[in-house]
Design a protein around this ligand. Sequence first.
Ligand SMILES: Cc1cc2nc3c(=O)[nH]c(=O)nc-3n(C[C@H](O)[C@H](O)[C@H](O)COP(=O)(O)OP(=O)(O)OC[C@H]3O[C@@H](n4cnc5c(N)ncnc54)[C@H](O)[C@@H]3O)c2cc1C
Length: 410
Amino acid sequence: MSPTNADVLIVGGGMVGLCLAHQLLARKICKNITILDKELEIGLHSSGRNSGVLHAGLYYMPGTTKAKVCVAGAQRLRTWVTEQCLPLNPCGKVIVPTRQELDGQLDVLAERGAANGARVEFLDEHQLHELIPEARSASGRALWSPNTAVVRPITVVKRLAEVLREQGVSILSKQSGWTVDPEQRKLQTADGANIAYGHLFNCAGLQADRVAHLFGIGRQYTLLPFKGLYWQLKQDCPIQPRCNLYPVPDLNVPFLGVHFTPSADSSQVISIGPTANPAWGRENYYGLDGFEAGMTLQSLTILARQYLTNTGGFRRYVHDQAFLSLPPLLLQAAQQLIPTLQAKHLERSQKVGIRSQLFNRKTQQLEDDFLCLQGPGSTHVLNAISPAFTASFALADLILDQAAPSLNLP
Ligand SMILES: Cc1cc2nc3c(=O)[nH]c(=O)nc-3n(C[C@H](O)[C@H](O)[C@H](O)COP(=O)(O)OP(=O)(O)OC[C@H]3O[C@@H](n4cnc5c(N)ncnc54)[C@H](O)[C@@H]3O)c2cc1C
């Protein structure tokens, strides 16, 4: 087969890979772009399966990459979604402490939000109940983020892929089992086609560490998958929060806790979740599908060690979040936010996602920030965890700026 050429080859057609292609075109860096995805359809992993919350930038420590790109990214994605006439619910978000001793965390979040350029306001109990009459705050205070919005993630990624195709980006689907020669900058697909590239971006999400290892990059990193299951309020449930309702999170772990999220579209479904329990494989969405015995063993060993050493207060994650896939515990967590909620109000949602949390074997810690490593003729986006979806346009610009010195483009 005759070789094809790509100025830029992107592995992974999730939100990060698609936004990189978008920004390569928008900034006129190059035109000849190919995206390679192992699945038949766009959006089968995190980008099509997340909560769809456009985060306003309250959680992230000022100075981190997440903090740098979240606020600008959210504004840009919101504008793009509106221009494309896709569903967007500008409903805002309330954060409440579920225990009195967590009240001080509201001040920490307000300070971080202000430093990151996000709008935040404190609410008293009366104002909280005006927004969500059934909501409970253990201290009587709450934090209001008016700029948080909700979109329908699968619709967003599918439309973005469509727009890119119209602009001449080649999106090759069902491309697993490829091999690469990093020195020669050549990738060979499983059916024998050769693609010579100027620069390769690895945006493979849940598989990004494995792809990076093919380039000899990031060997100290491995990915731990955490499954996010969702429940939803039944249509006849008398409680229907009209904005996002989140608990004050444990800022030591990368999960925000079970929360209530209204839908972006007219379906008016309120999701509850996601949980964050260890998954038995990186793509183990249902039952034993995608079960990986070796990976599960490795992952559980790492988590057990984290628990024993209590690194970064990991025990609290295990006690508070690791078992929320059990319905009674999920209900309990939800009742901390809305005490009058009952089991009869909830039903399981079909929605399920898996978070790709990066673990650093050298430091024995979970990585908390996005990580972008340069390799031979390549850039590897590792740990594109939340809010990478929200931040994707701004994150793409940052990745391109960092890769600029090694971009070998015509
Ligand atoms: C349950 C859950 C809830 C979340 N909620 C939010 C939220 O509310 N707001 C927010 O901002 N973020 C949220 N996130 C995080 C967000 O979804 C991710 O940060 C973002 O989608 C990451 O995008 P990505 O492009 O890196 O990965 P993905 O969307 O996973 O895309 C990676 C792509 O690479 C492809 N691929 C993998 N390996 C290969 C290979 N070897 N060859 C070719 N292709 C390959 C895959 O098929 C996939 O299409 C959530 C995540 C989860 C799981």
